[in-house]
Design a protein. Structure first.
Length: 234
């Protein structure tokens, strides 16, 4: 299955590391973070990638090129100077997208087999699926409520009673969901989730392993410890 990586963000929480680099190229144990993501995807047979890029896009393209060095095929959707948000970036990339595709956050490393939620999605012929983790506030603020295999509430605005689950950084969509995203304007994933939830169309797939998110210094340090402990950089 095709994988879209959202790599257009400004990386403001990682400054000064991102003063001259895009967030996905910040080094961890000597390697750009994006290299860990691409290696993880390739290990699981996911070799068709679309990188949604914006901020410092030329540096990302110079590093990943067409993907052959990583044993994969990489295409690029360039947002330009006006960033469109995480969902807006998908709409902008529509011409490159397959009928079904995964979407991975550009700052997430996920210690799971991604083929398991993909298989779940395909066997049930779902429209949209959010991989989720029973967080209970351990890794950032919980942002979702899941009942009966579907997400029933999603919000990142303040503390809401009953939220005990967090978006894992990976979701799977049918291309038809792009109809819910406005064209050429800013739209975040939150808005797309809300519209899918209103249609009872956002399924969930729960995983047990905590995720790694490098968008801020504490998360980056935690991932560095994981890489050192597991020998992932070798």
């Amino acid at each position: 299955m095709q994988v879209v990586i959202l790599a257009g963000g400004l990386g403001t929480r990682l400054r000064p590391l991102t003063n001259r680099l895009p967030k996905v190229l910040v080094r961890v144990q000597g390697k750009p973070f994006l290299q860990y993501q691409l290696s993880w995807l390739a290990r699981h047979g996911l070799r068709d990638v679309v990188l949604c890029v914006g901020h410092r896009a030329a540096q990302i393209q110079a590093f990943a090129k067409d993907g052959r060095a990583f044993g994969m095929r990489i295409a690029y959707a360039q947002e330009g100077r006006r960033l469109l948000g995480t969902a807006g970036a998908l709409k902008h990339a529509a011409a490159l997208l397959d009928e079904r595709f995964c979407v991975l956050n550009g700052d997430s490393y996920l210690p799971i087999n991604p083929m398991e939620p993909i298989t779940y999605f395909l066997r049930r012929d779902l429209t949209a699926l959010m991989v989720a983790f029973k967080n209970r506030g351990r890794y950032g603020r919980s942002n979702a409520k899941v009942r009966g295999g579907f997400v029933t509430l999603y919000t990142r605005q303040g503390r809401v009673p009953g939220l005990d689950t967090i978006d894992y950084g990976l979701r799977i969509f049918r291309k038809s969901v792009l109809r819910l995203i406005p064209s050429k304007t800013f739209c975040d994933m939150d808005t797309l989730y809300e519209r899918l939830i209103a249609r009872d169309a956002l399924a969930s797939y729960m995983v047990a392993e905590p995720f790694y998110e490098v968008g801020a210094p504490p998360g980056l340090a935690r991932f560095e410890r994981y890489v050192e402990r597991t020998g992932l950089a070798r």
